[in-house]
Design a protein. Sequence first.
Length: 136
Amino acid sequence: MMWADYDRTMLALTLWREARGEGRDGMRAVGHVIQNRIKASMAKDWGHAITKRWQFSSMTAAGDPELILWPEQPDQSFEEAMQIADLIYGGGDFDLTQGATFYFNPAVVRPDWAKDMVQVATIGHHDFYVANRRTT
């Protein structure tokens, strides 16, 4: 296996766990947040962006019910997540989040960190944010 295959599979698993109920655009949006974190040097690579503690609860948070879920064949939403992961990883998809590096579902949680950020999009049940770009 090549590391690129691992990265794409981890990306697809994250999309599936975080947003399979949000449709294609919801999964794409989560994928772009991960890609944007790498571009903004908040993470050194795909694996770090995905598995760094407290970044994506479905991948790292003990007690998150998604943490123990794995797709089983046939799973159309995972197949779609794999297609989306291939597009994003390969640079073949436009960023519908407008550069967001964070997101959350406001019906589930309203994190304190969001108060210092700028909301740039709402896609499905998730609000997407970037750091406040204050100019001096």
